[in-house]
Design a binder for this molecule. Structure first.
Ligand code: ASP
Length: 448
């Protein structure tokens, strides 16, 4: 059994957090491979080391002195090392880095957040340190060379048995440091899990998994214990994000489940993400609800629209020309809508409507903005009749007008448009109807 345990920025933000990581790693001998992010925020309003290093780059670019900034970053690491009584010469190493910082590439500078955090964690856990630049190999187009990476990982495993790997970066074959996107430590962990053919990829963060709804809207929402990759994509897309989305692909392709766990509450079940989740008799109908405000819908009406095979394509090409991606296309017999993000479409809406008028000669065209989209996600919905009726019923009872409805093609989500101002009430109403009632019916607190 092999587990890759990746710890995010808040899990390694201070000496206190390092201690929690140690007890988690030591509690399970199969946690032999540890991936760390750079030390993150210790409290709200604090700085992430990665953000500070990005600021160092900006100072260098604009020829502004960054001595104090570097000292502040050093102090964060020194504090952790001192509190834990580590012997790694962090001050000396950091000063060597600071002394030549102006001659280093921006990627190299930013990657030092993970590098130093990894060095400290390796000593604290008593595990060897492996530099990600030696194992995570990037192609020149920025994608990862999985074959070369797997070979390098296997060599390190042979030599060292287990190790600590800093996340977020790697290098090209020439040795140039490359970074993943922000939050990319999750991707490093997923790649390592894949190369090791791990049994599970544990992602330790500061929440106990995916929640069935936004806790700023619903009080104390239920944790989703089991979710499929597809469901997670739907919820993440609508803003309910815990994991860097790109992190799912390396493990998903080879069937390795991801477990989201909370470093501050290690006993909590967390969320397990897998390809499929077999139905259990008492399983929830709805997995989660997520949504976003501020969409714009352009409604186009034209008699006998369905006879014109090119009509929708021509409409979409107007959006393509304007560089605006389309979120949804709810269709009727003689009409259809095109839903886009209001911030993305911006002022281009005027030229888009103009082009649509000229090219499509519609009978009517109208624009509705300030729309919120709510996605109700559940792999079990398609198998049980009456689900959408219950969702719409919940909104009807709450006096909320539904402006648009679509369903995802695999029937795992139903997406509704409501007015921005009804957004929170709508989520609460749906949550209460399903989850609230299930809890009462089950009488067991909803544990799966
Ligand atoms: N440290 C990087 C960031 O803040 C990567 C990560 O934390 O996963 O984005």
């Amino acid at each position: 059994m092999i587990k890759v345990a990746k710890f995010g920025g808040s899990s390694v933000a201070s000496a206190e957090q390092f201690k929690k990581v140690k007890s988690i790693v030591e509690a399970d001998p199969t946690r032999r491979f540890v991936v760390v992010s750079a030390a993150g925020k210790r409290f709200s309003g604090d700085n992430k080391i990665t953000d500070l290093l990005l600021l160092v780059n900006a100072h260098i670019e604009y020829h502004v002195d960054c001595t104090q900034l570097l000292k502040d970053i050093e102090a964060r690491f020194v504090e952790i090392a001192n509190e834990l009584g580590l012997s790694y010469p962090i001050a000396q190493k950091f000063e060597e880095f600071s002394a030549c910082v102006k001659s280093l590439s921006p990627e190299y500078i930013v990657s030092r957040g993970e590098w130093f955090t990894g060095q400290l964690m390796a000593e604290y856990l008593g595990l060897p340190f492996v530099d990600a630049a030696d194992v995570i190999v990037f192609h020149h187009d920025g994608t990862v060379d999985l074959e070369r990476t797997a070979t390098a990982v296997r060599e390190e495993v042979q030599q060292k048995g287990s190790f600590v790997l800093p996340g977020f970066y790697g290098s090209t074959v020439e040795g140039t440091i490359r970074l993943f996107q922000r939050g990319g430590g999750d991707i490093s962990g997923a790649i390592l899990a894949r190369c090791l053919d791990a049994d599970v990829y544990e992602n330790w963060t500061d929440v106990s998994g995916f929640l069935a709804a936004d806790p700023r809207i619903v009080d104390n929402p239920r944790t989703i214990h089991r979710i499929t990759f597809d469901e997670m994509r739907e919820l993440s897309y609508m803003g309910a994000s815990v994991l860097q989305e790109e992190a799912i692909f390396p493990v998903r392709e080879v069937g390795i489940p991801i477990q989201i766990k909370n470093t501050n509450e290690p006993e909590a079940t967390g969320t397990t993400i897998r390809e499929t989740a077999h139905e259990r008799s008492h399983e929830h109908l709805i997995t989660g609800i997520a949504g976003k405000r501020d969409f714009t819908a352009i409604h186009i009406q034209k008699a006998h629209l369905h006879n014109d095979v090119s009509y929708i394509r021509r409409a979409l090409s107007v959006f393509e020309r304007n560089g605006v991606s389309v979120e949804h296309i709810p269709t009727g017999v003689d009409s259809f809508g095109i839903v886009v993000s209001s911030s993305e479409v911006g002022d281009a809406i005027y030229s888009i409507v103009n082009d649509l008028r000229n090219e499509l000669k519609p009978d009517a065209i109208s624009v509705v903005d300030k729309l919120a989209l709510i996605s109700v996600v559940g792999r079990n919905m398609s198998r049980r009749a009456g689900t959408s009726g219950r969702i719409f019923g919940a909104l009807g009872e709450a006096g909320i007008n539904i402006r648009m409805i679509t369903q995802s093609s695999q029937e795992i989500s139903i997406i509704m448009g409501v007015n921005n101002e009804d957004f929170e009430r709508a989520i609460k109403a749906i949550y209460d109807k399903f989850v609230g009632q299930e809890l009462v019916e089950m009488g067991n607190g909803g544990v799966q």
